[in-house]
Write a protein that binds this ligand. Sequence first.
Ligand code: HEM
Length: 515
Amino acid sequence: MASMGTYTLPGGRWNSLPLSYTTPIIISVVVTIVVWFIMSYIPTRRRLPLPLPPGSYGLPWIGDTISFMAASMSDVGHQKWIESKRAKYGPFFKIRFMGNPMVMMDAPGGNKFLFQNEGKHMDTYWPPQVPALLGPDSIFMMAGEEHRVARRYLARLLDHTVVSQYFDTVQRRAVQHFAKHWEENETRGSEIFITAALDKTIMFTFSVMCSLLISMDEGPQMDELLSKFSTWSKGFLSLPINLPGFAFYDGFKMRRHIMDFIAGYITQRRAELAEDQVSKTAAVDMLTSLLTVADDKGEMLSEAKIQNTLLTFLYAGFDSSSTALAMTVYYIAKYPHIYDQLVQEHRSILEQKRRKGDDEAFTREDLSAMKITWAVIQETLRLQPPVTGTFRRAKSNLEYNGRYQAADGLKFGCDMQMMWNTMNSHHDPKFFQDPATFNPSRFEEPPSSLTYLPFGGGPRACLGNEFAKMEMLIFIHHLIKRYKWTLVDPEDPVIRDPTPRHQNGTLIKVTKIAL
Ligand code: HEM
């Protein structure tokens, strides 16, 4: 018998519930959501001592999340978004990002404040999808003493001498790369061909990282790992919703496959080490070091830390470098006078080699002769930095007495987030004259302190910057030596996902030359 107020919709588990049951359920869901929104708003206000920086929090939880993420994916990263906020609120301002209040720092004062307090009064903070994809044992997630110990340890594995030891490996990979991936196009019948520079730089940097980390050779296994990586890394720019249809869902699933793959490699290497086979089978790479070198406290790394370190380095080491290199290839083609300067620089290096009888016997001393090349890469990193900035979170109440705000300073409540950002200074005419112009010669003078931050700064600055410099210089040397190139589509738009790349992968028309 149907009671009063009971209404049954045809079909479905929920639909068959009488209205007298569904109404309270719907009301309690709505009330929970509203209370959750309000709660995420109120404690924020309570825990933030005044004065707050100017700006607006916008809607509860959502705030600027959507506009900020959309800006992250646009051609100039956050640059325009930041400019419009700065025009409204001044050099630094507050927003709400994924439920939390966040201050965008100014440059260079805000950057200095942030880097000086790093590890003492503030720690790293990442939106939830990042720790889920990278793992809690990644150095990017570590804080305080744990980060300091891990960083000292990893810095030893990548210090100047070690980077030099990898020189020959990277150089060999470069020669193989051009023979396999570029000369292959020539043998298809033409000395002129069209290719996507980004595909090539991805192949090169991924191959270099696979060699540095686990001594893996190019082949189907590496191709498979690269394709898994591509799915996994798309999860970083997604909302952290673990449901089919969201890139995070696919990325998170793929993380398990990648970790299984890495675990297999570790097991195999442990067995080789136990049988003393490593020197015969593989060069000493990072995996061997991670398995055999103790940290400062004399402790060996756990299996989980080794796995997450390899995953972190593979990602940190290949994504930024590959897009930076493709962008460099783009700017060299866009400005023929820059190409001519580079030809001169590399011709003179090669002539010296030839006088000694072998132009492939390129040594690490030759890198220091590549001053213009490095300036071109630096200028590329200024205009299109692969990392536009990252987040931190205050561990205690802090006061920032920068030059812009009221005499009593800007106070950060415990848990408040802040972001350092390359776009604040890289495009500011105060620090870089005529900032929209591609002008590598500006790097003849060092930029003023904390205004040029492609590799970050302070205690979390990039650990691989020397390595990245070496691999990028080696790649450009081999490219200039063999080819000249023009842009197929000079108007190809730049997108960020999250590193900057041309929508069509920087298509270039390549002509073989012999420098
Ligand atoms: C053009 C290439 C690269 C760029 C632009 C770049 C940029 C950066 C930036 C901005 C940070 C700081 C992040 C922060 O403050 O939260 C960073 C950190 C890091 N980078 Fe790089 N990177 C590059 C290449 C590499 C390479 C080749 C490696 C490894 C061989 C590497 C390994 C790392 C690691 C391990 C960290 C974390 C350091 C820490 O948390 O203490 N990077 N990178």
